[in-house]
Design a protein around this ligand. Sequence first.
Ligand SMILES: [Mg+2]
Length: 345
Amino acid sequence: MKITDVRAIQPIGKDSPSDWRTTLGQILVAIDTDAGLTGYGVGGGGLSGIHVVKTVLRDLLIGRNPEKIPQLWNEMYQATLAFGRKGIAVMAISGVDLALWDLSGKSQKLPIVSLMGGNPGEKIPTYHTVWDFQDLSSVAEHAGFKLHLGKVAAPDQQEIMISAIEQARSLIGTGRLLMVDAWMKWNVDSTIAISKEIATFNIEWIEEPLSPDDLSGYETLKEESAVPIAGGEHEFTAAAFRPLIQQKLHSVLQPDVCWCGGLTELIKIYKMATAAELRVCPHRGAEIWALHAIAALDPNPLAETGRPWMTWVEGQPSIENGMIELSDQPGFGLTFDEHKLKLIH
Ligand SMILES: [Mg+2]
C-alpha cells in the first residue's frame, strides 16, 4: 500500500468559539492510498496547520508505505524541527499520525483499540467539564465534573473561585469526582493558598495552575500543594513529557492526542507514566481519538467530555448514562462526508 495524496481542511462546526480554538483549531487530515482506503485524523493549528501539512508533510508522505508509522513520525518531526518541536507543527503532525493509524486499522479490518491489545465494547466512565458551577445540575449522570475557572482566575478573585468550588461540591454531593482547571492562570503562591482552602472539598486534582514551561514552579507545587496537580494538555511530544514523568511534576498527565503528536506519542506517554505509577487522563478523552488508547491502555479509565462543536465527526459514540463505549468498526470507526463539511477560508 502506498500513499497517493494527503489532504487537509478545516471544517467549522456550529458554535465553534470565536477564539484560537476556531482560527487555529481542529483540522481534518485525509490520507488517500492506492489500495482505495482513506485514513482520517484530526489535528490542530487551523490554516497554519494546513499549511504545514501541504507544504512540508505531504511531499514527505506521498509514495510511502503508510504502515511504517514510527519511521514516518520521526521523519515528520525531523522535517519540522527548525520551526516545530511544539505547537502548531506538532498539532499538524498529530492529525497526520491519527490518519495513518486509521489507515492501519482499516487495512487490517480492526478497530484501533484492538491494535493496542484492547477490546471494543468496554463501558468507560466520563467526567464533564463546565465553566459555571450552576451548569452542574443538568449533567448528574457523569462520574465527575471539572469546574473550569479560567474566567475568574485573577489573584483578587480567589474568594470567588473558592466559593464556586464549595458550591460545586455541595451541588454534586460527595459521591462524584470534582476537579478544578486553572488554565495556566494561577501562580505558585495562589495555587498553594487555594489548594489549602479547597482540600476539604475532596478535590481530585487542580489542573494546569501554571505555564507548562514553569517546571520549577511545578517542582514546588509537588511538595506544597494540598491537592494533586494535573497537567500536560498544552505540552507536545513524548520527549517533553519525559521530565514531567521522571520528576513526577504532575500526579495526572493529560496529553491531548490531537495536539501532542498523535497516537504514536500518546502510547509512549502511557508507557512512561504507567512505569512511573502515574495516572494518564487524556484531554478530551471521550473524543474518539483518545478513547481507543484509554480503552486499551488505561488501568483506571476516565474520559473527559469532548468539544461540543465537533458535530462534523460522524460515528463518534455518544455518552449514555455517563458511560461511553467503542464500536468494533475498523480504524477509529468514523466517517466523514467531505462534500458536506463547511470549511473556513
Ligand atoms: Mg484543561
